[in-house]
Each structure stands twice: as C-alpha cells, then as structure tokens.
Design a protein around this ligand. Structure first.
Ligand code: SAH
Length: 455
C-alpha cells in the first residue's frame, strides 16, 4: 500500500461539534480534530483524508477555556471528550447543545442553566473494563480504543469511583497471581472477558462481576480467595457467563461466588437494592439533584396517581410515592422489576405497584379502561420512547408529564408526538461530566383548551 502523504497545515478551530471535537475547514472541506478548542490555532496533520479527521502536531494558540489534561489516556481512550475544557466552559457548551437541539421548535423555548456537578471527577459508580495480558504477562484492565477492539490499559480512570479503581487493581493482581488468562476474541482462548464493578457510594458496598467466555472458570475458588484476601471491601462476587461475540458485556447466566449477589445504595434517603443487570444511574450525587428537580416540577398533589414508565428499579416511583396517592411503575427488565419489588418492601411503601412489561404494550393494555393518571414520568433509554406510547399517554390527560432523557436527540424527536401539551421547562442536568453526554428534564403541562372557548 502506498504511504499516505502528510498534509501539514496551520488552521483555526471554527467551532466544537456535538461530539466535543474541534472543526476546521481546509480547502472547503470540514475536518474534525480531537482535543482542539474553538478559536485555537494549530499545525495539523490532515493525511487521514478519507476520514476527514486531523491530528494536532503543535498547538499555536491556546483558548482561555483550555485546562491541562491530567489523564494520560485522553486522546486514545475516547471515554471522556472534554478533559481539555474547563468545567465552566463544559457547562455552557452543554447548555448550547441542548439549546441547538430545541431550535427545531417554532416557538423560542428557554433552556435553563445546566445543573452542575459539585465534583466533576470520580463520579461513576459503575466501572466496566476489559482485560489483556501485558508484555510482562500481567493481567491489566482497560478500555477499547475509540472505534476499535484494541484495549488501552487504564489505571485510576479519572471519572470512575476511587474505591472502584482500587478494587480494579486488586482484581488484576488476583487474576495474575492465579494465572487466569484474559479471553482473546480472535483465538477464542482464555477465560476472563470483562469485569463490572458497582459501588454503593452511600453504603460502601462493592459488587464485582467477572464475565467469562464460558461456564468454565478453572481456578475460580482460588481466585475468589486471593481477591478477598487482597480486598476486604468487596461485599459480593458474581460470575457472569457471556459466550456471545457481541459488544454487550453481560450474558444471561450468573453464579454467585461470594456474598448476597447484589448491593444496596441510598438515594434521597431511600434504600435501593441493585443487582448486576438492573439499570441504576451511574452518578448518584447528580441523580439526587435530577430526581428532586423532576419531582418538584411535577407538582404532585396528595390525591394524584403517578405513572413511572421505564422505571428501572423504581427509584423515581419510590421517591415520588411520598407525595402521591398511588404510583404505577412499568419496566421491561425482569431483574430490575425483582429489585423494584424488594425496594418497595425495604422502604415500607404501600402505594407503589410494578409491572414487568414493555411501556408501549402496557399503556395500550390499560388505556381502554381510561385509568386516572395525573402525573407521568418517562425516563426511556437512549433510543427514546415511541409515538404510540406518547399518543396513548396524552389521551389519558395527565396534568403534567415529565420526560427525563439521556439523549436530547431522541428527546426532541419524541416531543413532537405530544398533543395538547406545552413545554414548561427544559433543564439540562450534568450527569456525565467530562463527556459530551447530558441528561435533560422536560416538563410538559396540559394545555388549558377550555379557556380558549370561554368568552
Ligand atoms: N427511571 C429509572 C430507569 C431509567 S433507564 C432510573 O432513573 O433509574 C431506562 C429503563 O428503561 C431501563 O431500566 C430499561 O431496562 C428500561 N426499558 C428499556 N426499554 C423499555 C421498554 N420498551 N419498556 C419498558 N422499560 C424499558
């Protein structure tokens, strides 16, 4: 293959795109450059021309928004996008991203300031890493390089919980000591594929889930013994079996190797059981702010029936239950539903019920009975909700609908499906500092159409 010629040019960054990359224009073509901020000039190598992707050779002028990157893996890892940007700038950048997404609506909609994190580092209570063998034959954990299956070893990830990071080191040691080999996707040899650590930030309970390529885990007992000797903070260890070659980390089958097989954590004073496969927000400190805001703006009255769709382990439903007469939760994942049922019991709550169903199917089933629903929370995954779900919800005439979204792109798509409602608030919440991701809460109120006909 012919060697690609280097295209070396000095350019100025025009703006930052929604992936956090700097954008420059060279000979009428836009190129994206990781790690370049708006207004900065740099000597770039644009030789990877097909990908319209440039690399910084030398930064010539520095933006006032630039900070020193403390993470040595920043440009390779791809987990964080904004480590080179001050947190203040990140917050205004995220507000702008949400504002831009809402531009498609005719009416000028006001986006509130982003609810900031007090500490933008070490917030992730869930650590998910993959293993490889180092040159010195030690097991090391890391992340895939952006867009590839090459593992970049990472120690002390800056956005992961510190207790989790140090447990991760001990897992690597215990695997190395017991000569348990990482699974190789190409040769299909080896045992361990991934590890998932979950930390109950308020309880200090630690769950370790080791994902193996098959049921076989030679040296399992010795490994568990070594790990528990190295680290007394681990409260449960689980083996998860995932034989499939997919990017999904967890398989279906599990075996508890130590402890109860789950952990607890607290949110807003309520106790929550979390098992390996249930969804639980990864930034608990910001989640408390998110739920408080969402519930405050929902303005729940004592006689209200609340519907919590895409409810996970019923965190929102349980917190909201204190204000409402009744709460109905619907969640598709059966493990999350099991956790939710226990959470209702543990918190001695008697006005919350949970249904294990697809949200759209569920609402289609209950709609014909025209149930009283006053307030709706919906908190779907990144793919968003469905037109059918939203139409059915609107027909039930709830007073307020609170849409919580981790993807403003599907959020603005879905907002067009609401009929008879107006947007009252748009509040971004920084649940994912140092990345381009941002959570958004939208509060919708029933349009008072009667008023229009009153005179
Ligand atoms: N509200 C919860 C969970 C939000 S995450 C919290 O704040 O923790 C989204 C949840 O939707 C996940 O638990 C996922 O399992 C669930 N889910 C995904 N698709 C669904 C569907 N079609 N119907 C019901 N639940 C679904």
């Amino acid at each position: 293959m012919a060697q690609q010629k280097m295209i070396r040019t000095k350019e100025k960054c025009r703006y930052i795109n929604d992936l956090g990359q700097g954008v420059i224009t060279y000979q009428d073509t836009n190129y994206v450059v990781n790690g370049l901020l708006e207004g900065e000039e740099a000597i770039l190598d644009l030789s990877t021309i097909n990908r319209k992707y440039g690399n910084i050779i030398e930064l010539k002028t520095k933006s006032n928004d630039r900070i020193n990157v403390k993470c040595p893996y920043f440009l390779e890892c791809g987990g964080c996008d904004l480590l080179h940007m001050s947190y203040e700038k990140e917050i205004s950048f995220k507000k702008q991203l949400v504002q831009n997404a809402f531009k498609k609506f005719d009416r000028l909609l006001k986006v509130s300031d982003v609810i900031k994190a007090d500490n933008p580092n070490n917030y992730r209570n869930k650590l998910q890493m993959t293993f490889k063998l180092s040159k010195t034959k030690k097991v090391v954990s890391g992340f895939y390089e952006e867009g590839t299956h090459k593992i970049i070893p990472v120690k002390n990830c800056m956005i992961q919980n510190e207790l989790g990071n140090s447990v991760m080191d001990n897992i690597n040691l215990a695997l190395t000591k017991n000569k348990i080999l990482p699974y190789d996707e190409n040769t299909h040899k080896g045992v361990i594929r991934h590890v998932l650590i979950r930390v109950g930030v308020k309880t200090n309970e630690v769950m370790v889930v080791l994902v193996t390529a098959s049921d076989l885990f030679p040296g399992r007992n010795n490994f568990v013994k070594t790990l528990l000797n190295l680290d007394k903070r681990i409260t449960t260890i689980i083996q998860n079996v995932n034989p499939r070659d997919t990017s999904i980390v967890l398989g279906d089958k599990e075996r508890i190797l130590y402890g109860p097989g789950f952990i607890y954590d607290y949110l807003l004073g309520f106790k929550f059981k979390i098992s390996s496969k249930s969804f639980y927000q990864i930034n608990p400190e910001q989640t408390e702010k998110l739920y408080e805001k969402a519930i405050e703006l929902a303005d729940i009255k004592a006689n209200d029936v609340v519907f919590d769709a895409y409810s996970g382990i019923s965190t929102i439903g349980i917190v909201a239950s204190k204000k409402a007469k009744q709460v109905i939760c619907v969640e598709q994942n059966k493990d999350a539903v099991k956790d939710a049922l226990l959470n209702i019991k543990v918190n001695r709550i008697n006005n919350v019920s949970v249904f294990n169903d697809d949200s759209t199917e569920f609402i289609k089933k209950i709609a014909p009975t025209n149930p009283k629903i006053d307030i709706v929370f919906l908190d779907p995954p990144r793919a968003g909700s469905t037109k059918e779900f939203i139409s059915e919800v609107c027909k039930l005439n709830p007073r307020k609908i609170v849409y919580i979204s981790c993807n403003y792109k599907t959020l603005v798509r879905d907002l067009e499906y609401f009929e008879g409602y107006e947007i009252k608030n748009i509040i971004p919440v920084d649940l994912f500092p140092r990345t381009v991701h941002v959570e958004t809460v939208v509060v919708l109120s029933k349009l008072n159409t009667k008023k229009t006909y009153q005179h």
